[in-house]
Design a protein around this ligand. Sequence first.
Ligand SMILES: Cc1ncc(COP(=O)(O)O)c(C=O)c1O
Length: 449
Amino acid sequence: MKDSNFLKEHNARQLWHPMAHPTDSQTNPPVIITGAEGVTIKDIDGHETVDAVGGLWNVNLGYSCQPVKDAIAAQLTDLPYYSTFRGTTNDKVIELAHELADFFAPDGMTRSFFTSGGSDSVETALRLARQYHKVRGEPGRVKFISLKKGYHGTHIGGASINGNANFRTNYEPLLPGCYHIPAPYPYRNPFNETDPERLAGLCAAALEDEIAFQGPSTIAAFIMEPILGAGGVIPPHASFMPQVHEICDRNGILLITDEVITAYGRTGAWSGARLWGVKPDMMATAKAITNGYFPFGATMIGEKVAEAFENDTSPNGFIGHGYTYSGHPVGAAAALACLAETKRLNVTENAAARGTQLFDGVRALNEKYAQIGDVRGGHGLMTALECVSDPSAKTPDKDIAAQVQEVAYKNGAMVRASGPNIILSPPLILSEADAAIILSALDAGFAAL
Ligand SMILES: Cc1ncc(COP(=O)(O)O)c(C=O)c1O
C-alpha cells in the first residue's frame, strides 16, 4: 500500500466525490478511513470513532460480520459471476428470492427483481409500475407522485421524483410527469401546521387533490420512504401511510415504498411498511441487504403486480429491463448470509432500544442548546437534529452542522452533516456505551460553538 503521505497528497485530486463540490474536496480533503472493527472506524492517523453514520445507513451489522465476509469469499471461489439475463441463473439467487419472499411475506411481497443498489431498485420499481398498467390495458397511467423532501437516489427517474432541489436543478430537464406533494414535516410545512396528526391529514388531502387534478387514469404510482431519511429523518404520523394507501388503492394507483434505508430492521420493525401497518404494491430495497459489503439491491414485487405479469399472455409482460449485475452470485451469497445473521441477532430489538436512547439523548441536547431547532426520530436508529442560527425564525444553518460534526469527530463519533441536519444512522448492533459516546461527542460539538 502507498504510504500515508502519498495518500494525503493525492486525496481528492484525481477523483470526484459524490455529493461534494470537487473544489471543496480539494480545499477540505475528506477523512481517509483505513480500517474498521465492530461499530468503530479508524482513519489514516489512527484516530478511532464510533461510526454513527453506519457506513451510509447500510452497515447494520457493523464491520466485523464474519458470516457475510465468509460467504463473499466462498462465493468468489465457487462462482464469482454469471448473468441472470434470460436463459441462465445461479443457485444463490434462486435461494435468495425464496428467502426474501419469506422475509417480506407479511408485507405482501412475493417476487424479487435484483439490482446493484438503491437507485437501481427505485428505477426498477418505477419502470415496472408503468409496465404493470400497460400489461393491464391502462397505458395512460404513466405519471408518478412523491413527497417533497423525499430522497430516491440519483438516476434520472429517481432524481425526478426526489423532493430536494440540490439533486434536481443542475440536472434538469428531468422526467416529465412527476409531481410532488408536501411532506408531513411538522417543523416546516406550507400549512404552518405543527400537529403531526392534523398535518398528516392535510398532506393526504394534498395527495387527493393532486390526483384529482392530474386525473387518476394518468397516474402510475405514488412512491414514498416510510420514514424520510436523507431529507432529514422525517417520520410521518402513524395515520399518514394508511391514508395514503387507501387513497392510492381507491384510485388504482400503485403504492411503492422506498425502503432502501428502512428495510431489514432500521426502524425497529422489519420494514417501514410493517412499521405503519401497510401493504404496498412494490418495495425498493438495497443497502443493508448485504450489510454494505457488496453493492446489491432487490425490488420486491407484491402479489397484485406479480399476478398481472404472470397471467399476461401478450408480449407486454416481457421485462425489457435489468442490469449486468442483477442477481450477482456474490451479492446474493452476501445477502443470504446477511439475512440469516440479521434474523439471528433479531436486530429490530436493539435498533428500537438504542434508537430510544439516542432520541431521548438528542431531545435533552435540544433543551440545552438553542442552535438545535428540531429533533426527529423515535423509530429505531434513524435520528436527526436540525441546526438553526435563529431559533425563533427557524433559520437553517449548515455551518453549525458542519462545525458540530468536526468537533464530534474529534470527540469520538463520526456523525453526518447534511445541509443543516446532523443525521445519526449507526449500525443496529450499537451498544448502550457506544450510543452514550455519540451523545457526548455531540454535546461537545454544540458546547464548542
Ligand atoms: C430512500 C433511498 N432511496 C434510494 C437511495 C439510493 O440508493 P443508492 O445510493 O444505493 O443508489 C437512497 C440512498 O441513500 C435512499 O436513502
